[in-house]
Design a protein. Structure first.
Length: 131
């Protein structure tokens, strides 16, 4: 989208992307989730942008898993996720997109934002634990 292209050049956007890639795709243990979700809760105004970037990260991995984008697109992703995409684990990324969409819808309700982030982080960890 043109919005994404206009912000893609900004240092703040790249820093946020790097942080989300590390927090969601680099998550290794459940004990890290409260700290990550707590920090994200403090930036509630950025929730839409964070979800938009997560969608882009997931979509990139999905395209690689389908053979529609080169593996080099994922060069900054953790190795396990690069391997999952290379192995064609398309369904993993569909489930993560669904979870991200659900989080976006739930943001409109009265559900606490920290609980939403924790749920989404758990989904990433759950998917990662399967391979």
């Amino acid at each position: 989208s043109s919005d994404l292209l206009s912000v893609a050049g900004s240092e703040d956007w790249w820093n946020l992307r790097r942080q989300l890639l590390n927090d969601f795709f680099g998550l290794k243990q459940r004990a890290d989730i409260p700290g990550i979700s707590g920090a994200m809760k403090e930036n509630k105004g950025q929730a839409d942008e964070q979800l938009r970037i997560l969608d882009e990260l997931i979509r990139g991995a999905m395209l690689v898993s389908l053979g529609r984008a080169p593996a080099s697109r994922l060069e900054d992703y953790p190795e396990a996720w690069r391997k999952a995409a290379a192995a064609g684990k398309y369904a993993v990324f569909v489930r993560l997109q669904d979870a991200t969409a659900l989080t976006r819808r739930m943001l409109q309700s009265n559900v606490g934002i920290q609980a939403l982030w924790e749920s989404l982080l758990l989904k990433f960890m759950e998917e990662r634990s399967q391979w």
